[in-house]
Design a protein around this ligand. Structure first.
Ligand code: ADP
Ligand code: MG
Length: 518
């Protein structure tokens, strides 16, 4: 063990790999700069951005103990003697966490390592009972990998962010500062839950690219089920490294901004930090490498502490855990069982159903959205189904503040609405009303609701003619202005008829009849 430690340590520090990495990044930057000339302040400055993303693994139990890793439970109830670091306890690696980490690594095109190992990162903090975090410093579980960025507005954005490494590590407990004034409370429920840390190369140049990188990571982790990737709930947390430099010069000194818990704040923090660093440099000052926080209200980053270096943490190999040895078959099996990844899914849905990219992206933005679409689309017009989901259903849910995960309308019910509209039983307007009923908890199919409530479309010409005639007679003023040449009044008449029939009149027939009568 000691021997491996020393060799890895020497490899990391003494053969200049840091310098090499720097040069590679710099060359990479020059190479892609022509494609992405994103420059600040009269083309003088360029920003360099790298991310460290922590994603909580979707495992029932913690990384090294059998206590539950679930949230929203009373404080300090999911804490075993291992999580609380009682003397004499020993960690035992959770196989599920390894599997989820391997799946994430493969989905991100990382090279899963057949041998990796655990290390202690030592620092004192009350929410870290052992006084060290078990992480993978010298030999992480995966090296390399890529994240392809896509624009969310549908336009392709073919930038690649390289991944440096992915490591398995344990989370800390939570320090709660704002409940009892002057005191910090400690909740150890989270202590010891499994995380992966995904470290990117400094390949991003703007806050937008950083935001897109996190979005894409989120989508991939969710698709394979490795993590919920929910930033608001803390299951995905980002630290971002930002530096600025003058063009054609080596990279500048970076500052790390910690604990950004939404993409919006991540992007805002990057923007103000770039501005701050440019200002410092233009005033002739030097950037000091440090760890900073982001004050959301003031929209400013602020100094937390000077940057710790690796030696500050006194990294040492974890003596209580043997190296993690994986065999090739195990990795192949996980690789073969990976579900469809977001980019493949996107292409397939567009091709298979002939709906536009924008629709697919809207569907993909809701967890389970595509699955729902595929269930509802069976034997139906894909574009109609997509419209009913992405416009009507999502719109109504949004207006009622209901998350898609809480959507009460089954795919079968939604499909029944599309059927009834498409075969002319009801108008689109009535379809929307029925959908509203379903959202309010009506679990009947559209055909049943129509039957029970007499909502069938009015297509009886005589009946419609009579209603149209009435409407015209009752509104002589509008009739006069229409005859006087005001064409827009026509639509007003159509609207009146639709209102009178509670939206049940066949709009096409109403149009025809009114044209004739007017
Ligand atoms: P450390 O070992 O000090 O944590 P790393 O080389 O692992 O440093 O880099 C940590 C993060 O900082 C990575 O996300 C990387 O992309 C980013 N980074 C490295 N150099 C720069 C730079 N000059 N500007 C901005 N970010 C950088
Ligand atoms: Mg680091």
């Amino acid at each position: 063990m000691i021997k491996t430690f020393v060799t890895t340590y020497l490899k990391k520090t003494c053969n200049g790999s840091n310098i090499k990495r720097h040069v590679t990044s710099y060359q990479y930057s020059t190479q892609i700069r022509s494609e992405r000339s994103i420059l600040y302040k009269s083309n003088k400055w360029e920003a360099i951005i790298g991310l460290e993303v922590h994603a909580q693994l979707n495992s029932k139990t913690k990384l090294f103990s059998l206590s539950s890793a679930s949230f929203n439970e009373p404080v300090n109830t999911n804490v075993s003697v291992i999580d609380a670091a009682f003397p004499g306890t020993l960690p035992k690696l959770n196989a599920k966490c390894v599997e989820l980490a391997v799946a994430a690594s493969l989905a991100l095109s990382g090279n899963v390592q057949l041998v990796s190992s655990f290390d202690r990162k030592q620092y004192f903090y009350p929410d870290l009972p052992p006084g060290y975090q078990i992480t993978q410093h010298y030999a992480p579980i995966s090296l390399g990998g890529k994240i392809f960025l896509n624009n969310l507005d549908g336009l392709e954005y073919d930038t690649v962010v390289r991944i440096k490494q992915i490591q398995l590590e344990q989370d800390t407990g939570k320090s709660i500062h704002d409940i009892v004034p002057g005191m910090t409370l400690i909740d150890l429920n989270r202590a010891g839950t499994g995380l992966i840390e995904i470290v990117t190369e400094p390949d991003m140049r703007t806050s937008k690219e950083a935001g897109l990188t996190v979005k894409k990571l989120q989508a991939i982790l969710r698709a394979i089920g490795s993590s919920d990737g929910n930033m608001e709930e803390g299951s995905l947390r980002c630290d971002v490294n930002v530096s600025v430099h003058e063009h054609e010069t080596p990279y500048g000194t970076r500052c790390e901004i910690k604990n950004l818990n939404s993409i919006k704040f991540l992007m805002a923090a990057i923007d103000v930090e770039i501005e701050r660093q440019i200002k410092e440099l233009e005033n002739g000052n030097k950037i000091v490498q440090e760890t900073r926080g982001f004050d959301v209200l003031k929209n400013k980053t602020f100094r937390l502490r000077t940057k710790e270096t690796a030696t500050d943490y006194r990294y040492m190999p974890e003596p209580d855990l043997s190296p993690l040895i994986l065999n090739k078959d195990y990795i192949t099996r996980i690789s073969n069982n990976l579900p469809e990844l977001p980019d493949d899914l996107k292409t397939r849905i567009m091709k298979q159903y002939g709906i536009p990219l924008h629709d697919v992206i809207v569907l993909m933005n809701e967890t389970g959205g595509v699955k729902y679409f595929e269930k509802a689309v069976k034997n139906r017009n894909p574009q109609h189904v997509s419209n009913w989901i992405t416009h009507e259903l999502f719109g109504l849910l949004h207006a009622r503040n209901i998350k898609f995960s809480q959507n009460p309308v089954s795919a079968l019910q939604l499909g029944s609405v599309v059927d009834c509209v498409d075969n002319g039983d009801i108008t689109g307007k009535v379809g929307k009303k029925i959908l509203e009923k379903m959202i309010s908890g009506d679990s009947r199919l559209a055909s049943i609701i129509i039957q029970d409530e007499g909502l069938r479309q009015l297509s009886d010409i005589n009946e419609l003619e009579k209603i149209c005639q009435d409407v015209i007679l009752q509104n002589p003023e509008q009739l006069r202005s229409f005859k006087g040449g005001k064409q827009t009044v026509f639509a007003w008449f159509v609207g009146q008829v639709m209102n009178k029939t509670k939206g049940q009149a066949n709009p096409k027939l109403v149009n025809e009849i009114l044209r004739k009568l007017l």
